[in-house]
Design a protein around this ligand. Sequence first.
Ligand code: PMP
Length: 326
Amino acid sequence: ATWTKDGGWHDGRVVPYGPIQLMPSAAVLHYAQEIFEGMKAYRHEDGSVWTFRPEANAARMARSARRLALPELSEADFIGSLKALLAVDEAWVPPADGSEASLYLRPFMYASESFLGVRPANEVTYSVIASPAGPYFAGGLKPVKLWISQDYARAGAGGTGAAKCGGNYASSLAGQLEGIENGCDQAVFLDSGTHELIEELGGMNLFFLTKDGELVTPELSGSILEGITRSSILELAKDLDLTPVERKVPIQEWKDGVASGDIVEIFACGTAAVITPVGELRWEGGSAPAVGGPEGGEVTRAIRSRLLDIQYGRAEDSRGWLTRLA
Ligand code: PMP
């Protein structure tokens, strides 16, 4: 669909996947006025297709839109766009064979107006693409090694860290690369002010479990993306007799907690991987060992199964988190 300052949203339609035409001076290519979402469609045993908490994605996209001075798309239009795409051919959604396969959905919005100059675009395009996604972990759950990105922050106070915009990912790449060069899978980003507080990974939020049953995650600082998996886990924690805690988490607490036995499990979460156990932590000149065992701790795996069971319709959706798409 296209948005123009004079005409609002119009011309919504489903077209074959293929190149899009943009002028070389399209604003998005120069000023990164762009936002997106990441979600999945899951097939249930009876053949029906569902998605998880799309209202939360619609609300987050609206917040991202406000931050990037893009037009808002209503919740009804957002969810309607997903249904319209699946109405063309819902066979894109993999069968319910217990393998954790799904259809990844990527709604995105960008400044398609052609002009040079820094101002909000008067013409914007919204699209959704979809891609079948196999199980994130082909060979069973494997803890990821994390690298503390000491020099690079992905987002700063007052910046766009709480919005899901492309620029945040561009700024996370150098830290990510540094982590890979140091034998790690992903980078942990710290706050840009003190460089002491844990924020998140490039594309996932972090949690740790204390020996006292507290499930701790960094509080929303204004530069952390409010993950929908994160907020779902904070809710589910109560069902598992865990105490959800959102607060400031110094990176030193991780290093000390692993050594003292106060931290018993660590995991990262997001739509793509759902939950991935976190193993060793490395930084320039040091490392902290993994906790929780080679396949992730018991609680990590229990929360993961609980979320997956809801998403794939194997457990009761008592919170009304699912919306039928087809
Ligand atoms: N943080 C960042 C920076 C992300 O890109 C994502 C993925 N959207 C998350 C956290 C997790 O968010 P969600 O659970 O909504 O996928």
